[in-house]
Design a protein around this ligand. Structure first.
Ligand code: HEM
Length: 159
């Protein structure tokens, strides 16, 4: 295996763990929390469990970003960012930047506390908001995976 194949493999494994985890949280953990946990305790319960996944996601996000940027640099793919046909390259960087901001800045510094405080006022509404946000992130991430895989292997709206 050459170093490019290795970087691509690292990239894909990181994406599988990271976006697969987002899918698991969105489609299994959040609905199970609604069924199993009392309304007033849902946000705290969920935040405690998701904290472990968030720690894991920080590593997978770093691995995906490092391997991705390394490939862009090695293959000199920068000009793709000037071509709308490569919208999936923009989507990859946008999703990565969004999660990086969420995991490293907003969640630890702002969101964790904000959700707890908001849940004391409106437990049901806050949990519904958390579920909606997860669905938005999951759908955007899956659209990116779809676009990138198709784009790399021949194209979905590609040139
Ligand atoms: C800093 C962020 C990222 C950069 C710089 C980046 C860069 C790259 C590069 C250079 C490739 C190979 C392109 C080619 O072979 O022509 C690639 C492939 C791919 N990336 Fe990313 N990526 C990033 C984040 C993401 C994210 C967040 C996702 C998913 C949500 C993603 C999913 C994929 C997929 C599915 C492939 C195709 C793998 C294959 O079929 O060989 N990437 N990425």
């Amino acid at each position: 295996m050459n170093e490019f194949a290795l970087a691509r493999a690292v990239h894909v494994v990181a994406i599988v763990l990271w976006i697969g985890g987002v899918a698991m949280v969105t489609t299994v953990l959040l609905p199970a929390t609604v069924r199993q946990v009392a309304e007033s305790e849902r946000v705290t319960f969920f935040e405690r469990i998701e904290a472990r996944f968030a720690a894991q996601s920080r590593w997978t996000t770093l691995a995906a970003g490092a391997s991705g940027f390394w490939l862009v640099w090695q293959w000199n793919l920068w000009q793709r960012f000037l071509d709308a046909h490569y919208w999936w390259m923009h989507a990859m960087v946008a999703i990565w930047a969004l999660f990086t901001l969420l995991l490293f800045v907003l969640e630890p510094l702002v969101l964790h506390r904000w959700f707890e405080v908001r849940a004391r006022r409106d437990a049901v509404g806050t949990f519904a908001l958390i579920r909606r946000l997860h669905w938005v992130l999951l759908v955007a991430s899956l659209a990116t995976v779809l676009g990138a895989t198709a784009g790399v292997h021949g194209g979905l709206f590609a040139p």
